[in-house]
Design a protein around this ligand. Structure first.
Ligand code: HEC
Length: 137
């Protein structure tokens, strides 16, 4: 095969898989209100492993684990459910980082997440990047 044809095929396959991943998928989510959540469609983007590691440390030193666990539901959704719900994408990381800073509710049917006004945008982004990297996707 010549390289042009290989390139075209690769592009086509990439395009097709990008299209098929856009179908929203509903996964069961039972506690605490027996709600299901929409998995937000989108491909993961590559992120720097150093940011994930920094985020993990920041999360450990903040109050996140008062309400979140890695794999189980607590006062808030588990980090692995959050990671299953959202693709690792810049726009999503921004949105969730803002929510960590200002607090909020309504996305999961849990009570309110407290605000973290002292956390910088950069740190909140690193924390969220870590959360979205949690295994169990
Ligand atoms: C007082 C309890 C509490 C603390 C402390 C807390 N959270 Fe949350 N968190 C929640 C709740 C409750 C929700 C679900 C909010 C909702 O339903 O919209 C949530 C949701 C989230 C989400 C998903 C938001 C969404 O819109 O889907 C992320 C990401 C998150 N928390 C990260 C963190 C991080 C990082 C920290 C530490 C800086 C933290 N949380 C500290 C209670 C908490």
């Amino acid at each position: 095969m010549n390289s042009g044809l290989i390139l075209a095929t690769t592009f086509l396959l990439g395009f097709l898989s990008a299209c098929s991943s856009k179908t929203p998928e509903i996964r069961p989510f039972s506690e605490p209100e027996k709600k299901e959540f929409f998995v937000v469609p989108g491909e993961d983007e590559k992120v720097d492993l150093e940011i994930i590691k920094r985020g993990q440390v920041l999360v450990a030193y903040s109050d996140c684990y008062q309400c979140h666990k890695e794999a189980d539901k607590a006062k808030g959704p588990s980090f692995s459910d959050i990671a299953r719900r959202y693709p690792m994408r810049e726009a999503i990381i921004d949105m969730l980082a803002r929510k960590v800073i200002s607090g909020g509710f309504g996305a999961w049917g849990y009570p309110v997440m407290s605000a973290h006004p002292k956390v910088s945008v950069e740190d909140a982004r690193a924390m969220v990047t870590y959360v979205l990297s949690v295994e169990g996707k």
